[in-house]
Each structure stands twice: as structure tokens, then as C-alpha cells.
Design a protein around this ligand. Structure first.
Ligand SMILES: [Zn+2]
Length: 459
């Protein structure tokens, strides 16, 4: 008699916060774990996911990223996987850092709707550990907390993330330990060339205005460089165009929500705003924009529930320049992070500015003198006008209404790539956000997974 085929189950692992401000990187932990599991014969269902969560939470390290791995496996090996995962996290976490609170979450079976909702909210809201515990309990997820419990929110949220619709990929090369504190040896010219060759299929390699290379981080973390793009196969080609003068410890491709604006999809009213949310407010410009110290621009946006100050920082380039040209009554949709101010009021720091309607800019001019044609002067509020030369007087009703031409255009304005956050959707991705056929995509993923998961590369 033939043996029955083993019953395979979905198994999900979520990891958050193994990095600190000084060293480490959660993506490295995930890459290490993923490659270890694959080498031991475990079958991944997808690339590892790099899920960026609400970037406006101030207490999160750097990019607020969490990672998740998705496997298809026999029940009998679950304990083995858990052991390998916890060991990998312990090995790569710097537990002495105060800000590091690593958490690992294990979940067997399908993702529940309540977990999906939790993950969706983690993109733009503030979620409590208490709520995360409840969701984990309801979903039957098992949590391993290495220190505090704050990492639970991210670990859980990464497991339930929605990458079925819009998503991108990032290929990341890691440095060997002995190079971590030295300057990254990556040829800038080769990066510029790669950027030209793969324009449209990769993004944010080089800042177009300054020519600055954006693929290398600057801190003492293990990432040598990372290239972001639409397709894992094209990313490996782009990756091979970059000349590197130091050994590469390993390479990994992640599926991610980077470059999708996933955090800016939640329209809210002014009244409902809370500190550190990411939000979209649609309304009318209230106070005229004013320039403040540092070159930043502030204006009020009014909706039917209230008014909020919106700040366009000087680093936001176009966004700041456009903000300065708005006038009261213009219709806008402002997206960004909500910051509290000392007296309790809130400010929205603009990450994306959409101008949806422009009002006429009206200017009132004093009338010309009917005798000599010179411009009259006002005799004071409500007092009418007088020609200085002829001394003729005119009633106040004859002021002339002039329309000033508006130079700004309706449309969506973004900061330059150098000021982008991980989640910011770059201009080149506009128009490709529609859900792609999941079937077609899964097929491509399956083939590329087999061939791309472990990329050998000579240093
Ligand atoms: Zn006159």
C-alpha cells in the first residue's frame, strides 16, 4: 500500500524589532532565518515579506519595519521551525540596546479577518500591545517575547499584511562583519549606470536633483545596499550591474509594501485626528500659507469638523513650493503624519499634497481718475477715492475687480526621492498601482523563488 502524502499546513512567522539605533537590522535576521529554513528543506510560500508599518510613530527605530516568513510544511516539523526561528532572532538581536524589544510570532493556518484588519490599521494608526495580545489570542498565534512586549504589534502585523494588491520588491546585499564599521565600497558610477538601464523597473536609486546615491544606508548596519523595484528577476539583473569592492555576506530578495503609499490610504476628519496617525484630510485652505523660519510653509486646512495646521517642510521641495502658492478657498487633500504641539493642538506634516480645485485669485484695484487717468488713492476705509492730481472724488463702490492668473496646476505633488520615506510611492509608480492578476503573479513568484532565493555571488 502506498503511503498517504503528508498533509501540508501554512505556517507564518512574524519578526519585529531586532534592530536598534546602533546596529543590526531586522531584515538581516529574516534573511538568515529564511535561508536556513530553505537549506533544511522547508518550502517557502513566498519571498520573505518586509512590511513597513506606520512611519509616524516616534518611538520606533528607523523605518518601522517588520518581517514575516510564510511556509508550507508538515505539522510534525512545527516545533523544529520554532526552535530555529527563536535561535536566529536571539543570535542577531542586540538585547543590550534599550530600544530593542524583539518579538517572534508563530501562526499556523490561514490568516483571520481580524488579524488582517489589525495589520491594515498598523499602517496608519497607533495600536496597543494589549490589543495585539487579544488579536494573537483570537487568531491562535503564539508569541515569543525576548525582552519587552512592544515588538508584538509589528510581528503580528507583518504576518497579516496585505501584499496581494500593490507591492514591490527589494534586493538587499549584506556586509561581512569585519567591514560593518567601514565606508561602503560601492561604485557610484555603476549605480548611476544601473539607474539609467533600469529606469521604470527600479526606483529611488539616485536623487535626480542632487545626483546623490540613495541605495546605500549610512549607519553601521549590515546592509551594503538595497535596490527597489517591480520585479524580482529584473532586480537581480540590476543588482549584478553594481560594482562592489568588498565581500558580500549574503543577498536576499524581499516582497514589500515599500513605495506603495500603504500608510496614506485612510481619509479622516480633522476632529477624529490623533497624534502619530498617518492620515488624509480633504478640505479647503483656510489661512493663507505663511513662510516660517527655516523656509517651511504652514497653512490651515478646514473640513466640516475643524481646522488643522499643515506644514510643508523645506526638504519637501515641490510640495513646499506649491503650498506657498495656495490661497484661501482652494480645495486640497493633504496626506501625512499627525504631530502634537506643546499646547495640545495638532499639525499635519505633509508627505503628499493633492490640489483638487483652484479658486479665482481676486484683487481689488483703486479706480482710475475719469479726468486724467491717474490711479486714485483711497481716502480711508469706506471713504471712497480721490485723484491726487485733480482732487476729484469718487464713491467707494467703483473699486475694480481684477483676476490674478494662477500659476499652479491641479495635481498631486510629492517630495523629491531623497526626502521619501520607505512607504512613499514614487512618481514613477503612479499608474501601476492597480491590482495585478494574482494568479499570474504567483506563477512568476514560484519560478523566481526557486532560482533566486539563494544567490551565490563572488566577492
Ligand atoms: Zn485726475
Amino acid at each position: 500500500m502506498r503511503e498517504a502524502p503528508p498533509v501540508l499546513t501554512e505556517f507564518h512567522i512574524g519578526i519585529d524589532d531586532t534592530d536598534s539605533r546602533l546596529a543590526g537590522c531586522t531584515t538581516y535576521t529574516a534573511a538568515l532565518l529564511f535561508q536556513e529554513l530553505v537549506s533544511q528543506g522547508f518550502k517557502p510560500l513566498d519571498f520573505p515579506w518586509l512590511v513597513r508599518l506606520n512611519p509616524n510613530i516616534p518611538w520606533k527605530t528607523r523605518g518601522n519595519g517588520a518581517l514575516s516568513l510564510h511556509l508550507s510544511m508538515e505539522d510534525g516539523r512545527l516545533e523544529e521551525v520554532k526552535k530555529i526561528a527563536v535561535a536566529a532572532v536571539e543570535r542577531t538581536s542586540d538585547l543590550n540596546q534599550r530600544a530593542t524589544d524583539p518579538a517572534v510570532v508563530f501562526l499556523k493556518g490561514l490568516i483571520s479577518n481580524s488579524l488582517r484588519e489589525f495589520s491594515a490599521r498598523a499602517l496608519h494608526d497607533i495600536l496597543s500591545v494589549r490589543e495585539a495580545r487579544q488579536i494573537a489570542k483570537d487568531a491562535g498565534a503564539e508569541a515569543h517575547l525576548l525582552k519587552g512586549s512592544r515588538g508584538l504589534v509589528g510581528a503580528l502585523a507583518s504576518v497579516g499584511a496585505d501584499l496581494d494588491h500593490d507591492h514591490t520588491f527589494e534586493i538587499i546585499a549584506y556586509r561581512t562583519h569585519e567591514y560593518i564599521r567601514s565606508v561602503r565600497k560601492v561604485s557610484q558610477n555603476s549605480v548611476r549606470l544601473m539607474n539609467e538601464m533600469y529606469q521604470g523597473s527600479t526606483f529611488n536609486n539616485v536623487d535626480p536633483e542632487t545626483g546623490r546615491i540613495l541605495i546605500c544606508p549610512h549607519g553601521p548596519d549590515p546592509v551594503l545596499f538595497g535596490i527597489r523595484g517591480e520585479n524580482p528577476v529584473v532586480l537581480t539583473e540590476a543588482f549584478n550591474q553594481v560594482d562592489v569592492g568588498e565581500p558580500i555576506e549574503r543577498v536576499m530578495i524581499f516582497k514589500t509594501n515599500q513605495g506603495t503609499d500603504a500608510h496614506l490610504n485612510c481619509p479622516r476628519t480633522v476632529q477624529a485626528l490623533r497624534p502619530y496617525q498617518s492620515a488624509i484630510i480633504a478640505g479647503k485652505v483656510g489661512d493663507a500659507p505663511r513662510r516660517i523660519r527655516g523656509g517651511h510653509v504652514i497653512f490651515g486646512t478646514i473640513d466640516e469638523t475643524g481646522t488643522i495646521d499643515c506644514a510643508a517642510y523645506s526638504t519637501t521641495g515641490d510640495v513646499r513650493d506649491i503650498a506657498l502658492q495656495l490661497i484661501p478657498g482652494d480645495s486640497v487633500a493633504v496626506s501625512g503624519g499627525i504631530r502634537p504641539r506643546p499646547l495640545g493642538e495638532l499639525t499635519l506634516n505633509i508627505e503628499r499634497l493633492k490640489v483638487t480645485r483652484l479658486v479665482d485669485a481676486i484683487r481689488w484695484e483703486n479706480p482710475p481718475c475719469s479726468k486724467c487717468g491717474a490711479r486714485c488713492e483711497s481716502m480711508g476705509k469706506g471713504q471712497g477715492f480721490r485723484c491726487r492730481r485733480c482732487k476729484l472724488r469718487f464713491p467707494r463702490t467703483i473699486r475694480i475687480r481684477k483676476l490674478d492668473g494662477r500659476t499652479i496646476r491641479l495635481g498631486e505633488y510629492l517630495p523629491p526621492p531623497r526626502a521619501h520615506r520607505h512607504l512613499t510611492k514614487p512618481a514613477c509608480r503612479y499608474g501601476i498601482s492597480l491590482p495585478r492578476s494574482p494568479e499570474k503573479h504567483n506563477l512568476a513568484t514560484k519560478q523566481t523563488l526557486e532560482s533566486l532565493v539563494l544567490i551565490p555571488r563572488a566577492a
